[in-house]
Design a protein around this ligand. Structure first.
Ligand code: ADP
Ligand code: MG
Length: 290
């Protein structure tokens, strides 16, 4: 209902200023979006990550694959400082040390807004409109009472509508999130990270709950943000075929260790069989390359 009204009130420009962001002067120097050195993560008795090191340059789109339990989510969460790694490991985002000495550093606050995190289950508030959900990305910059009363600064409203247009769901802005399809919700979640000002998106199984058509649309949205806006994307995927289709570089985990890090073309069938074991035919439909 309200969607047309909202769309009328703010300018929608799919190629608008969002495309020009992500080049803040203080971050220009850092060529690496993410750097992890010798990180391990031990839960009570289980080692989820075992001496992992990796670098992701700004503007890369990287697939993180591996069987369930191999540590993909844990690794992604360490890059967002949602999980603290064991002593000895260091994690940096955009040149800012966010983890060291077994703890999350105070500088994580500088880094937080730069990294958007996408979950399998979208994490939108179902009873709020898509627009309000996306505006939440701007909350950090808005004085509390204005956000509570819904008095969003006009500039932020415009930014939100631009973000929704950028991911192709502006027409649903006024609709309650729980009335939208999974794919539309997931694209809304991506829009929220754009409004937040993210330069990088970490997406944890973003298409695992979606039908194939919606899944492709979400992956294409991430790939487009990467290609046209230069956003860095690291995405965990259960199905290797999405990695093959959308990512040039793949990192494969097995039992908490990196067993492959390189171009997608270098992923051989024997290596995949070794990584996935009996799960292999499940994740790699018959007839696919590699
Ligand atoms: P993946 O995402 O590849 O499925 P995870 O990173 O979720 O793997 O898990 C890696 C390992 O760490 C698994 O053995 C899992 O059971 C364990 N693990 C993950 N999170 C926790 C936690 N909060 N507490 C205890 N063990 C955990
Ligand atoms: Mg996982």
């Amino acid at each position: 209902m309200a969607s047309a009204g909202l769309a009328d009130r703010v300018r929608i420009d799919p190629a608008g200023p969002l495309g020009a962001r992500g080049t803040g002067s203080d971050s220009m120097a850092a060529e690496l979006a993410f750097s992890a050195r010798n990180i391990s993560k031990t839960y009570a008795k289980r080692r989820a990550l075992d001496d992992v090191s990796l670098e992701v340059r700004r503007g890369e789109m990287v697939a993180l694959i591996g069987p369930s339990g191999s540590g993909k989510s844990t690794l992604l969460r360490t890059l967002a400082a949602l999980v603290a790694v064991d002593k000895g490991g260091v994690v940096e985002t955009a040149g800012i040390t966010i983890q060291a000495e077994g703890r999350i550093t105070h500088r994580v606050r500088e880094a937080r807004a730069r990294t958007g995190f996408i979950f399998q289950q979208f994490n939108l508030v179902g009873r709020l409109s898509l627009f309000s959900n996306v505006m939440v990305g701007a909350l950090a910059r808005i004085p509390g009472w204005r956000g509570v009363l819904g008095l969003w600064p006009r500039q932020d409203q415009q930014r939100a509508m631009e973000a929704l247009a950028r991911v192709g769901v502006a027409e649903y802005a006024g609709q309650r999130a729980n009335t939208l399809s999974g794919g539309q919700q997931q694209r809304g979640a991506i829009a929220r990270t754009l409004v937040q000002g993210a330069e990088s998106i970490l997406a944890d199984e973003p298409v695992a709950s979606l039908d194939p058509v919606s899944a492709r649309r979400v992956m294409a949205t991430l790939a487009d943000l990467n290609a046209r806006d230069g956003l860095t994307v690291v995405v965990t995927l259960h199905q290797v075929e999405y990695a093959i289709r959308y990512c040039r570089r793949v990192i494969a985990l097995k039992a908490g260790r990196i067993v492959y890090d390189g171009p997608i073309d270098g992923l051989s069938r024997p290596l995949l069989v070794d990584i996935y074991g009996p799960e292999f035919e499940d994740i790699m439909p018959e007839g696919h390359a590699a």
